[in-house]
Design a protein around this ligand. Structure first.
Ligand code: UFG
Length: 326
């Protein structure tokens, strides 16, 4: 298939591009390099440096007779979305709608959307399944929900088939070791842990140990990015072959606390990681765990690489390679 991947140089997008190219799909990347990294661009893909909000860039990409769109180009820092919602509205909502309009205009039928567990907000029960009420607690989560709702309308009105993949805590790096450019200015736990392990940060700050969990720190469902990538390819096959939309959670069904993550990282890097407990970060739910049964039933997907050892081992080449460069 001829596939357009927006944000194909970014953290998750670059993994999917490599796997799409491995399966001999013809890939076009549209990325503005605001967060993406050139070293993570698969040389087998065609690169358009541009933005989903720019009509000329979109026309250039769609002029290449795209058949499927994977959309990753969006902001993802939930905390920042609460202080600068305009930035998130502009890119995550306006940018995606302009992309969707181009999809309709160019008669593209298939759209794979990078959604998030943030659409649910604080859990009313665990594990969270797809029927759980959707009450985003941050504006970032709202932008993902707003696009899911638009996708439903566009699907009904314009016959687009789409997949909305609700990631839980995406982490790790390519299990095949092909992607080595680390994320710019990360705020998520695992990259911050690894930056601390390799000496780029003095210490990891742990946001609260007074939650109602066994060790007092928050629990999350960490899912390896290589597992996420596999789910995207299966999702594409599903919406094409079944001619149906697909809305599924992508997680492992079990969770780990922040302290468990630090311990696993210490074992992987074989050294102590300096950390300090500070106060809670506003808006952190204490426990988020996915039910991914639906993804298993519909696309036969299950996490394979998401044990903590594999997660941190896969991050070592990225962080320790960069440490040696400094
Ligand atoms: N944490 C720390 N110190 C840090 C960073 C994180 O203690 O420096 C803690 C957080 O308080 C939280 C846990 O580690 O308890 C995970 O935090 P992340 O920032 O890595 O991830 P979040 O769970 O806040 O959010 C992530 C994505 C969202 C997505 C969500 C779904 O960033 O986009 O997972 O579960 F919606």
């Amino acid at each position: 298939m001829k596939v357009l991947v927006t944000g194909g140089a970014g953290y998750i997008g670059s993994h999917i591009v490599h796997d799409l190219c491995d399966q001999a799909h013809e890939v076009i990347i549209l990325d503005n390099f605001s967060l993406g990294r050139r070293e993570n661009v698969d040389p087998r893909a065609q690169l358009i440096e541009g933005d989903v909000r720019n009509m000329e860039d979109l026309n250039k990409a769609f002029g290449m007779r795209v058949e499927v769109v994977f959309h990753f180009a969006a902001w993802k820092a939930a905390g920042e979305s609460m202080t600068n919602p305009m930035k998130f509205a502009n890119n995550n909502i306006c940018g995606t709608l302009s992309l969707l309009n181009a999809v309709v205009e160019h008669n593209v039928n298939y759209f794979i959307f990078s959604s998030s567990a943030a659409v649910y907000g604080s859990p009313q029960y665990l594990p969270i399944d797809e029927k759980h009420p959707k009450n985003p607690e941050n504006y970032y989560g709202y932008t993902k929900l707003a696009i899911e709702e638009n996708l439903e309308w566009y699907s009904k009105l314009k016959n687009i088939r789409y997949a909305a993949l609700r990631y839980f805590n995406a982490t790790g790096y390519d299990v095949k070791g092909r992607i080595l450019g680390m994320e710019n200015n990360p705020t998520n736990l695992c990259p911050v842990v690894m930056e601390t392990a390799c000496g780029m940060r003095e210490k990891l700050l742990i946001f609260g140990n007074d939650y109602n969990t066994p060790d007092g720190t928050c629990i999350r469902d960490y899912i390896h990015v290589s597992d996420l990538s596999e789910a995207h390819l299966l999702a594409m096959d599903y919406i094409i072959e079944e001619n149906k939309n697909l809305i599924v959670n992508l997680g492992t069904g079990s969770g780990n606390s922040v302290l468990e993550m630090v311990e696993a990282a210490q074992e992987a890097v074989e050294k102590k990681i300096n950390h300090q407990i500070i106060g809670r970060r506003p808006g952190d739910p204490e426990n988020l765990i996915a039910s991914s049964e639906l993804a298993f039933n519909l696309i036969n997907w299950k996490a394979k690489h998401s044990d903590l050892k594999t997660i941190f081992k896969s991050m070592i080449p990225v962080y320790f390679k960069n440490m040696n460069k400094r």
